[in-house]
Design a protein around this ligand. Structure first.
Ligand code: NAD
Ligand code: ZN
Length: 342
């Protein structure tokens, strides 16, 4: 089968012929229809320090996908060929204390699809049945391919009560923009999102942000005054990984404000702990998606009319993958879909 392989320990990714995955007795074999390119894939493509210490080469990359089940292992009763599914990208151990307690997103032995084990930038991918999520029949396949990053956005956004609350999102990348959509859908009042790239802010507005702030030109404090929010934001979602953005957020929260942090900061990120303490802020780190409460919420939001498709900027046949990786690297793209059926 065709697959995009990290074949060599240097920048790039290669379209190769590789053997089809073997189907274990607990596995589901999926024919891939659409995939999306993630920031993680770009780290692997660019072969940065994280990728060099994490990715064994060769490796079939990719974890954001939708496809159709074509075969199931002998132990699998709940899935059958023809179902349209995506895969949870974190494979958990099932035996540690957190897994046994049903808190699988907190497993301490998580392995990643397309990172530690063969991924979904391929014609076929095999996954344990416990990693498979069936979509509502008729779902837009491009949207279904986004459930992994949409899940990061949803998991982060739904940490704290949103109804009637004022939300600040720092970073209008694909995940920040989708989080804006979730917050608006969930009944937040002001959904203010920051970035330094105008096109990203435009996209966030299309998805549901009620006010965008280009922090290179405008201050969050001014926008807060304009909106009549004298005490600050109730909920913060850090989705940039940028130290300045995180500090801006801490400065903009109301007393008792709650922040969930998805963006991965650089090693030297420092914050003013006095503001956290005296303003009694809650900070919570977020990793991945909850299995499978986040997936349930996503399916229900899409079924009830939430449209995240404006986050998609490029739709390409998989053979055009190089163009997809190039536009991701240029910062011009938000979500790039590769179609494995053309
Ligand atoms: P992205 O890099 O596309 O988006 C980040 C955005 O932040 C960019 O648009 C950038 O212009 C903006 N930004 C930079 N400086 C800023 C500033 N000072 N103020 C406001 N915005 C600023 O990333 P993404 O794919 O949308 O992911 C968001 C973050 O979440 C990344 O840091 C990513 O590594 C992280 N992530 C974490 C997990 C997890 O499980 N914890 C999963 C996926 C992604
Ligand atoms: Zn575990």
């Amino acid at each position: 089968m065709k697959a995009l392989v990290k074949k060599e320990a240097r920048e790039g990714i290669w379209l190769e012929d590789v053997p089809e995955p073997e189907l274990g007795i607990n596995d589901v074999l999926i024919k891939v229809k659409r995939t999306a390119i993630c920031g993680t894939d770009m780290h692997i493509y660019n072969w940065d320090a994280w990728a060099q210490k994490t990715i064994p080469v060769p490796m079939v990359v990719g974890h954001e996908f939708v496809g159709e089940i074509v075969d199931v292992g002998a132990n699998v009763n709940d899935f059958h060929p023809g179902q349209i599914v995506s895969g949870e990208g974190h494979v958990v151990c099932g035996r540690c204390r957190n897994c046994m307690a049903g808190r699988r997103h907190l497993c301490n032995q998580t392995s990643g699809i397309g990172v530690d084990r063969p991924g979904s930038f391929a014609e076929y991918v095999a996954l344990p049945m416990s990693n498979v999520w069936e979509h509502t029949p008729g779902i837009d396949l491009d949207v279904a391919a986004l459930f992994d990053p949409f899940g990061n956005a949803t998991h982060t956004a739904l940490q704290f009560d949103l109804l009637g609350e004022d939300v600040l999102i720092t970073g209008a990348g694909p995940i920040g923009a989708m989080a804006a959509a979730v917050c608006k859908h969930a009944g937040a009042r002001h959904v203010v999102i920051t970035d330094v790239i105008e096109s990203r802010l435009d996209r966030a507005r299309a998805l549901g942000a009620t006010r965008t702030v280009n922090v290179a030109q405008e201050s969050i404090a001014d926008v807060q005054r304009e909106l009549g929010m004298y005490e600050g934001f109730d909920v913060g979602l850090e989705m940039s990984g940028n130290a300045q953005a995180f500090n801006d957020m801490i400065d903009s929260m109301c007393h008792g404000g709650k922040i969930s942090i998805l963006g991965i900061p650089g090693e030297d990120t420092a914050i003013d702990w006095n503001k956290v303490i005296f303003n009694m802020l809650t900070l919570k780190g977020i990793y991945g998606r909850e299995m499978y409460e986040t997936w349930y919420k996503m399916s229900v939001m899409i079924d009830s009319g939430l449209d995240i498709s404006p986050v998609i900027t490029h739709r390409l046949p998989y053979s055009d993958f190089q163009h997809g990786f190039d536009v991701m690297n240029s910062g011009e793209a938000s979500k790039v879909i590769l179609n494995w059926e053309e």
